[in-house]
Ligand binder design. Structure first.
Ligand SMILES: [Zn+2]
Length: 390
């Protein structure tokens, strides 16, 4: 009998780690200072993918040179209703109409979509250009009865756009005691609840499970898209502090190296929302961080990364956590799966080049790697490595 070695790969196709670009707050909004022209610098998605839009800017400046990039757009469904023009800013908004939905569908080959609240946040200003006196974030004030309104908004969006959500993120990563139960009851498979691990290595750099039943996979937010911009903008005092840290081995590049080496996912935080009517630029944002993003994705090329969406990443990690390989006597093994998806879809590293499913005679050939052969997309079932006899 062949002695068989088999293990579930940590990431799809046995990549060392995964990389996803997260764009929060893409909305049908532009906030333009008086006297300025509406352009990518002030666009949050209002111009869609038109020639002056922020999406076109991102495409031209980053995505064209990096066709490997994939990611997730976190959509607040009705935040555009919250913003109003003032004497210093003109606010442009549009409803999520057919044209806007068509735009979202055009970018689906690169990005999938996740839920990011309905109204997202409300800010009160005492005067123009003042720091908001009070910012209320949606999931810090949700109450159990809100579930019906949220469900209705999600359903209406999905039926118009054909886009459904499997995960999401709290606006501002903030929540109250009702929020977790609410997202669990809404049926979300994955979430992003916390960003405290951003730009550092911590015990929270790995995913975990949240919710009453501990069944919602919670992805970490590990890197800010402005990681390299932070260096460029540093003042002297900060630069000295940064240098001290760099000597200890926590410079941005060594941080990225360590994340990958420890097999933590690289989830890059960015925003489309950029200019607020408070006069402040949102940080990080795609427009201001474009150089940093280029440096990040150039650096990533030296790694063996799986470029994926957050939904794909969450599904793979959940599947891997809930699957077991059982060796059987007769030259077979069984892959069992007990998670929340209808079936798993996993990458296995085996010491043999070919396997077959005795039930449907489907033959699989592995991709040779240093330690054996990688098989992708395996669901639950019995597999045999005795090709001739089975
Ligand atoms: Zn947001």
């Amino acid at each position: 009998m062949i002695h068989m070695r088999a293990k579930i790969c940590p990431y799809f196709d046995n990549h060392q780690s995964a990389c996803t670009l997260m764009i929060d707050d893409l909305a049908s909004v532009a906030v333009v200072p008086a006297g300025e022209k509406i352009s990518a610098k002030y666009d949050w998605g209002y111009l869609m993918d038109g020639p002056d839009s922020l999406y076109y800017f991102l495409e031209e400046q980053l995505l064209k040179a990096h066709p490997e990039i994939r990611g997730t757009v976190f959509l607040p469904l009705s935040s555009y209703k919250q913003l109003h023009s003032n004497e210093k800013y003109r606010v442009f908004t549009r409803t999520l109409d057919v044209e806007f939905m068509a735009f979202l569908n055009r970018i689906r080959s690169r990005f999938d979509f996740a839920f990011h609240g309905t109204w997202h946040s409300k800010a009160e200003y005492n005067g123009v250009h003042s720091t908001p006196a009070n910012i209320e974030l949606e999931f810090t004030v949700v109450k159990p009865p809100d579930i019906e309104r949220i469900r209705r908004e999600i359903d209406a969006f999905s039926s118009c756009s054909g886009i459904s959500f499997s995960g999401g993120k709290y606006p501002g990563y903030k929540n109250n005691e009702f929020a977790e139960t609410l997202i669990e009851e809404l049926g979300f498979l994955w979430w992003m609840s916390d960003a405290s691990m951003i730009n550092k290595i911590s015990k929270f750099s790995r995913h975990r499970y949240i919710g009453k039943g501990n069944i919602i996979l919670d992805l970490p937010t590990t890197i800010s898209g402005s990681l390299f911009a932070i260096i460029q903008e540093r003042k002297l005092k900060q630069a000295l502090r940064y240098l001290k840290k760099a000597i200890k081995g926590t410079s941005p590049t060594s941080l990225l190296d360590e994340l990958v080496q420890k097999q933590f996912p690289i989830t890059v935080q960015e925003h489309f929302q950029n200019q607020g009517p408070s006069g402040k630029r949102q940080k990080p944002n795609v427009f201001d961080d474009i150089q940093s993003l280029k440096m990040l994705f150039d650096h990533f090329r030296k790694f063996d990364l799986w470029y994926c969406t957050c939904s794909e990443l969450a599904a793979y990690l959940e599947n891997a956590d809930h699957a077991v390989i059982h060796a059987r006597n007769d030259g077979e093994f069984e892959l069992t799966y007990t998670g929340r998806y209808s079936d798993c879809s996993l990458s296995l590293l085996l010491s043999t080049e070919k396997i077959i499913r005795p039930d449907n005679r489907k033959l699989y050939t592995g991709r040779p790697v240093h330690e054996g052969y990688v098989f992708n997309g395996l669901g639950r079932g019995i597999y045999s490595y005795n090709i001739e006899q089975s």
